[in-house]
Design a protein around this ligand. Structure first.
Ligand code: HEC
Ligand code: HEC
Length: 382
């Protein structure tokens, strides 16, 4: 009797049976956080002075044509680096949802359609896009040359004074923006504690992870087949898929997704095959060189990471699904005729019971955690 009084209630949970294969599959979703990666195409990637310059630029509305919109207008720190809306709003209403920037440094394709092959190239797009920030290389050049603090921050980051080639300055600003964004890593979650305990064989600790979450996870890596695409520590394989979300943006107008993204990638002067890739060997351009444009890319969108997913305001590339419960219902009832993938379909209607749907949502929510408050950015030139 006395002994029972000492048992902490958190240990009173149970542990499902987990096979060796399941434990291996769960292990592949970690460890978290992963080690930082350096981007060889970006010479200020991982460099402290580049990161500081990037954070200042990220918050600077002078990068936009109106001088009123910064990256942080849409990618807000307090909203998990999104905007809390179903679809983005720039100078006009946009057709796609603003994605989070958590863990973006680990991606290899960027944007819902993969039109960017580097984080810095993807960071140029919103500056120039007339529907987003509607800025220009000339204005970015003027800003870097004309602002004493930014010019000093540029010199510290790039080891050279601000030059006169505006296009190069636009690229350098984007490289600093990328260096900053690559530092945004989402916090550890209750799933990570479970995963580490299970892999270490610490079953007492693993049993703290509630049963609904455990049952949802079992579905996720098992019958649900979710981790074929939502693979690895970030819960995405970084590639593209079609899960039956509509592609009409207006009657008669479609968002072709990956198909259009590949055309934009090939046409971009800022892709990794171009002159701004800092990796002289060109080895990091292999993926861009070899990617093929297939008709089956029509209507494919990038597999989103599921970390912090429960904190998003809406789901899918077009924000057309309002809640996680509805996402799970979508996978449960998806119409196979809406999918136009060739080969073995990876998505098929799962016909989940209400209990299974609740479990899957409980699991997805265990990938969320509150981030610590952010300190103010350090000064550009202390
Ligand atoms: C008007 C709102 C808005 C502004 C301003 C904005 N973005 Fe975005 N951002 C979006 C939307 C919408 C997308 C999705 C675009 C797409 O898929 O075509 C996106 C996508 C991205 C991505 C790709 C993320 C991923 O997971 O692939 C990055 C990186 C990014 N933005 C960085 C920036 C930076 C850096 C700035 C400032 C220079 C910026 N954004 C300004 C709305 C905005
Ligand atoms: C064929 C690959 C594939 C499989 C299998 C798959 N997904 Fe997805 N998932 C995607 C793609 C692609 C999107 C984005 C689709 C879009 O925006 O049009 C997505 C979107 C999501 C989203 C919304 C995330 C966001 O930020 O918008 C959630 C949640 C999700 N999937 C969970 C699951 C679950 C749970 C399963 C298993 C039942 C699953 N997925 C199976 C590829 C897949």
């Amino acid at each position: 009797m006395l002994l029972a009084a000492f048992a902490p209630p958190a240990l009173a949970q149970e542990l499902l049976d987990w096979s060796a294969d399941e434990i291996r599959a769960i292990g592949r979703h970690g460890p978290w956080p992963p080690s930082p990666v350096r981007d060889p195409s970006n010479r200020v990637s991982g460099a402290p002075a580049g990161i500081v310059l990037g954070e200042h630029l990220f918050n600077d509305p002078r990068l936009s044509g109106s001088r009123r919109m910064s990256c942080a207008t849409c990618h807000q720190a307090g909203r998990d680096w999104g905007d809390g809306r179903a679809k983005g709003v720039g100078t006009v209403a946009l057709d796609r949802r603003t994605p989070t920037l958590w863990n973006v440094g680990y991606s290899h394709w960027f944007g819902w359609d993969g039109a960017g092959d580097s984080l810095w190239a993807q960071s140029i797009r919103p500056i120039l896009d007339p529907r987003e920030m509607a800025g220009s290389a000339a204005e970015v050049g003027r800003l870097l040359r004309g602002d004493k603090d930014l010019a000093c921050g540029y010199q510290r980051a790039f080891g050279a004074t601000v030059g006169t080639d505006d296009e190069r300055l636009l690229v350098d600003a984007a490289k600093a923006l990328a260096a900053f964004q690559a530092t945004l890593v989402s916090p550890r979650t209750s799933f990570d504690a479970f995963r580490d305990a299970l892999v270490a064989g610490d079953l007492g600790d693993a049993a703290r992870y509630p049963l609904p979450e455990q049952r949802g996870l079992k579905l996720f890596i098992g019958a649900g087949n979710c981790d074929t695409c939502h693979f690895g520590p970030r819960f995405t394989n970084g590639e593209f898929g079609d899960v039956g979300i509509g592609f009409f943006v207006r009657p008669g107008e479609v968002d072709s997704g990956r198909l259009g993204g590949l055309a934009r990638l090939a046409d971009s002067p800022f892709n990794l095959l171009g002159r701004y890739n800092d990796d002289m060997s060109g080895a990091n351009a292999a993926r861009t060189r070899h990617v093929q444009r297939l008709h089956s890319n029509f209507g494919e969108f990038r597999v989103p990471s599921l970390r912090q997913v429960g904190r998003a305001a809406a789901y899918m590339h077009d924000g057309s699904v309002a809640t996680l419960e509805e996402v799970v219902r979508h996978y449960s009832e998806v119409n196979p005729d809406r999918l136009h993938s060739d080969g073995t379909p990876l998505v098929r209607p799962l016909g989940l019971s209400p209990q299974q749907r609740t479990d899957l949502v409980a699991f997805l929510r265990s990938l969320d955690a509150d981030p610590p408050p952010r300190p103010a950015p350090p000064p550009l030139c202390p």
